[in-house]
Design a protein around this ligand. Structure first.
Ligand code: ADP
Length: 617
């Protein structure tokens, strides 16, 4: 497709023509304007917020070549493939390419046809490359994953520091930084390190409304994981574990149980890691079981769930890891299965840190702990943690707001029973033991200690032990109990004593009876599946996979799930109608329209389904 030369297309035209999108997402338009106006900028949007298009669309609309700095080859490759499929001339140069491939890129740059060039910072900043670029018309520099420049960030890459030269060597060219980082300190550092001039700050909301958060104490992990996986047949999911051993065990277990699951961690060979990741990206493997080593550079847009089998060490990590779900804007589930052992593990690991870092790490861990045992809207908690306000009381997209966790009606009485039991066992035992005493366990240790004779023995015998354990955690997170010493024995805090005297109030949740998967579906889900013919969706998914193989790209680069659902909802049988569907631009209509409309026509005829559900637009 030739690039419009005579007249510069407007941004909405570019969005529609190449991507098939009708509207901007929040802050995208402002971010694009900053690029067009050559005003440096820092754009902070959560993962899935749509950062890439903020520099890709202006690159199309502006004369010259946009240079995009990206930290990973896999990231560059995915973006270049996606742009090429949309009909936008883009390329990358990296170490995995042959000399002749690189020459071809150089030629397309010289001839002025290329609109976007992706390059790693160290390659960009070698002198030959910089001089070459100086001889051309560079429209702007986009620094993706810009937090990599900051030593305060979680992904510091020293080679990003070399980018400081851009400001001085290309004084008239805009420099734009894009990141999902949540911390103020890192953002400021990005601006300072890059030497940005009065940059435009565009900071989006950290809320991800399409993610449904659910937090549950880990009990029978394998069963819990299978329940989530089974609710998503044939859909992609990531299961995060804290240790490599857990990754291997769980991946092995799931494979044995007949699921398509692959492990991913730093202990595997490079070849295995790449193979497992590719299988996942290409929809050949549904589940990737991984440590945090997996994630950066994964642009896969249709991850439908993320399960944490343990609590991460901070809410920043949690936000980032869950952020990999639902990048396409469709609903996705985030399950956090935690246990108090996770926090003990993290605290032990943090012992070795220097004093200042240790204090910070412990603070972060406490935030995570509060989130696990919290009793208010998860979206609100997360957004407020990142210093923003949440506009409503209920999100309708977390276990708390969906009423999947009930607040107990007599929290004070229960709280007092638990605290008095802690006092009765002389504050010398841990949470598990106290819970056992309260439910009236006949465990030998309890009988040997004569604790079956305490007045608090069996006080909560009608409750499941897991519920009592949860309440102990909740009392801890609300500062009525604390853990002390090497054995984490429970102690009643001064607030706890006030609660015992009835001078304070407490909120306690109890897990509701398991609701069926269907009942668990949310408003978010109902809306996005509304009117979609699921059988047709599966047919189209098969076609997408076949086309992806023919084009040697991952399926989500052919079409996002959003587009596939819209096709299965509106069922276009003509190219004209096909083009009207969300996420379909001109090139994709030309490339894939005939095959898709044929498949839709056949399916609708065979099933006497109404086709072409388009009002006159
Ligand atoms: P980020 O880099 O911020 O994590 P991406 O740039 O990968 O997010 O965008 C996430 C998804 O949203 C992509 O599939 C992208 O094509 C899609 N997207 C971006 N902007 C829009 C828009 N205005 N309308 C519809 N979809 C969009």
């Amino acid at each position: 497709m030739s690039m419009p030369a005579a007249r510069t297309p407007t941004l909405p035209q570019v969005l529609k023509e190449y991507w098939g999108y009708d509207a901007f997402r929040p802050l995208q338009e402002e971010a694009m304007r900053a690029v067009l106006e050559h005003r440096d900028s820092i754009v902070v949007l959560p993962t899935g917020g749509g950062k890439s298009i903020c520099f890709q669309a202006p690159a199309v609309a502006m004369p010259g070549l946009a240079v995009v700095v990206s930290p990973l080859i896999s990231l560059m490759k995915d973006q270049v493939d996606a742009l090429t499929e949309c009909g936008i001339p883009a390329a990358c140069v990296n170490s995995s390419m042959s000399q002749s491939e690189r020459l071809k890129v150089t030629e397309s740059i010289r001839s002025g046809t290329l609109k976007l060039l992706y390059v790693a910072p160290e390659r960009l900043c070698n002198d030959r490359m910089l001089s070459f670029l100086e001889s051309l018309k560079v429209s702007f520099f986009a620094i993706d994953e810009a937090h990599c420049i900051s030593a305060w960030g979680h992904d510091f890459r020293p080679e990003y520091r070399m980018l400081q030269q851009l400001r001085t060597r290309f004084p008239g060219v805009g420099v734009h930084a894009y990141t999902a980082t949540a911390t103020e300190q890192v953002r400021q550092d990005i601006s300072d390190q890059l030497g940005l001039r009065d940059p435009k700050w565009l900071i989006g909301s950290f809320d991800r409304p399409n993610l449904v958060y659910r937090v549950q104490r880990r009990n029978d992990l394998r069963k819990q994981v299978r329940a989530v996986v089974d609710a998503h047949p044939q859909e992609a999911g990531v299961v995060y574990c804290i240790s490599r051993r857990e990754v291997d065990e769980l991946a092995e277990y799931l494979s044995q149980a007949g699921y398509k699951a692959r492990p991913y961690h730093a202990g595997l060979s490079d070849a295995d890691r790449v193979r497992h990741q590719d299988e996942f990206l290409n929809d050949q493997t549904q589940i990737i079981v991984a440590t945090v080593a997996f994630g950066m550079g994964i642009d896969k847009s249709n991850v439908r769930y993320v399960i944490h089998t343990g609590a991460p060490k901070s809410l920043e990590h949690y936000q980032q890891e869950t952020g990999r779900a639902g990048r396409d804007g469709l609903e996705a589930e985030c399950w956090l299965l935690w246990s108090s052992a996770n926090f003990i593990t993290w605290r032990k690991m943090q012992e070795e840190l220097p004093a200042e870092a240790k204090t910070l790490a412990l603070e972060s861990l406490k935030g995570m702990e509060r989130f696990c045992t919290g009793v208010s809207c998860r979206h609100k908690e997360l957004v407020e943690h990142f210093g923003q306000t949440y506009p409503s009381e209920s999100c309708n997209a977390c276990d708390v707001c969906l009423d999947q966790l009930d607040l107990v009606t007599d929290p004070l009485v229960i709280g007092q029973k638990i605290l008095s039991c802690v006092v009765r066992v002389k504050e010398s035992f841990g949470a598990d033991y106290v819970a056992q005493v309260l439910v009236g366990s006949k465990d030998a240790r309890i009988l040997d200690n004569g604790h079956d004779e305490l007045s608090t023995y069996g006080l909560l015998k009608e409750e499941p032990k897991e519920a009592v354990r949860d309440w102990i955690e909740q009392l801890g997170s609300q500062s009525f109990l604390e853990r002390v010493g090497e054995y984490n024995t429970l102690r009643v805090t001064p607030e706890g004593w006030k609660l015992l005297k009835g001078q304070m109030t407490v909120r306690l949740l109890k897990p509701s009876k398991r609701k069926s998967t269907r009942e668990r579906s949310t408003k978010v889900e109902a809306a996005t599946w509304d009117g979609v013919d699921r059988e047709l969706f599966d047919v189209l998914r098969g076609l997408r996979r076949a086309l992806a193989e023919e084009h040697s790209v991952p399926p989500f680069i052919i079409f996002a799930d959003t587009t596939l659902r819209d096709l299965a909802r509106r069922r276009p049988t003509s190219l004209g109608n096909f083009r009207k569907v969300h996420g379909i631009g001109e090139k994709k209509t030309a490339d894939f329209g005939a095959r898709f409309t044929d498949a839709i026509r056949q399916h609708c005829q065979a099933n006497t389904l109404e086709a072409d559900l388009f009002s006159d637009e």
